[in-house]
Design a protein around this ligand. Structure first.
Ligand SMILES: [Zn+2]
Length: 129
């Protein structure tokens, strides 16, 4: 009987986890990753939002700003992204509501268009012999 001493799946070096951006983009998070100071791995939501709304290329473009402007730019981008996502969700809800209204309006249309027909029945003229 062999006693297996701790062979758990721990990695050799204490490598830092990839930042939220690299994790989502499935890239290798290199040492000088421009995303990692602004999108830490413990806040994946932050990058997910800006990635969804603005796209990764725009985010990386923004991170080419002078360093002292970046964190401001990132936080306003995250804020804007959250707002846009909330608006988009509201629009989807509105669209669904409109969808539910449409059938009822066409139903009343059908009713009003059939009713006048009863009075316009042509009367047979039967006097020509
Ligand atoms: Zn990274």
């Amino acid at each position: 009987m062999k006693s297996e001493s701790s062979s758990s799946g721990q990695s050799k070096q204490g490598a830092a986890p990839p930042c939220a951006a690299c994790k989502l983009l499935r890239r290798r998070c290199a040492g000088g990753c421009i995303f990692s100071p602004h999108f830490p791995s413990d806040q994946p939501q932050k990058f997910a939002i800006v990635h969804k709304v603005f796209g990764a290329s725009n985010v990386s473009k923004m991170l080419q700003l002078p360093e002292h402007l970046r964190s401001d730019a990132v936080s306003s981008m995250v804020y804007e992204g959250q707002r846009k996502l909330a608006l988009a969700e509201a629009e989807v809800v509105q669209l669904r509501m409109n969808d539910q209204f449409n059938p009822s309006t066409s139903l009343t249309d059908a009713v009003t268009s059939t009713s006048p027909r009863q009075g316009v029945l042509p009367v047979g003229h039967d006097g020509s012999k």
